[in-house]
Design a protein around this ligand. Sequence first.
Ligand SMILES: [Zn+2]
Length: 251
Amino acid sequence: MVAGALPILWLSVGCNSVLGPSKLDNNWRSYDSVHFSLFVRPDSFAEANQARLAEVLDDQYTTTVARLGITYTGHISAFLYTSAADAALACNRCGMGYPDTEALRATCQAPLDGNLFYLLSHEANHIIQRNAMGRPGTYFMNDGLASAVISTRFHGVGNEFFWAWTASHASAIPALSVLIDDSKWGGTDDEYKASASFLAYLIDRAGPAPIRQLYQVESRSFAQRFNALYGRSLEDLERDWRAFCAARAQM
Ligand SMILES: [Zn+2]
């Protein structure tokens, strides 16, 4: 399930959200921000940029809470490693969230760009969302929603990016009936982006309340519950979403 996603496109991260603690060594320096404690390797790239990383993460934290209308007051520990080998992760732009211990681990390498900010924000969102809304019912919701509320204050990987990507990859995007089915989920980069794009569209269109109701719904009940919450079928709103993205790309 670790996406092992290699950095093919500039937005391409591997992510896996798991439970439980993991072993840590003692070779860290820590910096506290409003909502995070950043743990960095001494004299690393992450340490040199800890102030900006903290700023980005604090902004993401408040953005996620506001956009989803949720309550979360936890303090998150972010362990920022120098490489995939150092982090025991699959790639140099990979991360993992540990909602139960309110911690994340990620590789943190140059450049200091939107891809890195996006990766750290996505992992932080796993922790915030799971603690505020419970256990996600589908991979679609778990990883889609972690990307659907990304703040674009410091970089461009947000709603407009996902909607433009949707328009330019329309034929490659699986049907939503496939994306919401956990037995068909492969954890690919396309699945992540398409899920984020659709959920961002739903929040933009109908606010966060129905999403909170859908968060824990499992694959087999998803389409029916969706219909009850939105008063429209998944297929109908899928058509609207694709048309919305296509029209936006023409603007
Ligand atoms: Zn994820």
